[in-house]
Design a protein around this ligand. Structure first.
Ligand code: CA2
Length: 158
């Protein structure tokens, strides 16, 4: 491999960690389902996982679909290494988020705190999975660290 290419792939980069609707409530409601960690705790988990591999994060949450689309486009513009996304309630409905991910072609891991495949049938069919490199489901908030790790590994292979 050319020296310049090697240096480029090892350089510190940013992972965008995006969170969809209602995840701002994490740790304050339905702890039996989603646990007691807050979204601020999740941000720390992601930052630590990225730092271990020499990378940083941009961490965002919105209750609005268009914000998530804008941030996916921003990740591409700002040359992020990859995206970790918990689309929450938009998982099974958002062709707009799917299209944004297909357009930017960044390594992307979908994360769900709960195992969506063991929950109600309406939660099973993820549009986001059609654009994602892979997914982490059912590992609680620690699944975010796993997803950050996996997306960095995928980005370093590119
Ligand atoms: O398990 C996940 O991470 C989900 O993405 C969570 C979504 C749900 O619609 C998906 O099917 C699975 C719900 C996010 C709502 O977050 C809350 C957190 C705490 C209290 C209330 C809602």
């Amino acid at each position: 491999m050319a020296k310049s290419k090697m240096a480029k792939s090892k350089a510190a980069k940013t992972i965008y960690v995006l969170n969809g609707p209602n995840l701002n409530l994490l740790g304050t409601r339905e702890p039996e389902k989603y646990g007691t960690a807050t979204l601020a705790d999740v941000k720390k988990i992601c930052a630590a996982a990225a730092k271990k591999r020499g990378h940083g994060i941009v961490f965002r949450q919105s209750n609005h679909e268009g914000d998530l689309v804008d941030w996916i486009q921003e990740a591409k513009r700002k040359k992020a290494a990859g995206i970790v996304i918990n689309p929450a309630g938009y998982t099974t409905t958002s062709i707009a988020i799917l299209d944004a991910l297909l357009a930017v072609k960044l390594p992307t891991y979908e994360i769900h705190i709960t195992d969506i495949h063991k929950r109600e049938a309406f939660r099973h069919n993820s549009y986001i999975a059609m654009a994602a490199t892979g997914s982490v489901v059912g590992h609680g908030v620690e699944g975010y660290a796993m997803a950050v790790d996996k997306v960095i590994a995928a980005a370093e292979k590119r």
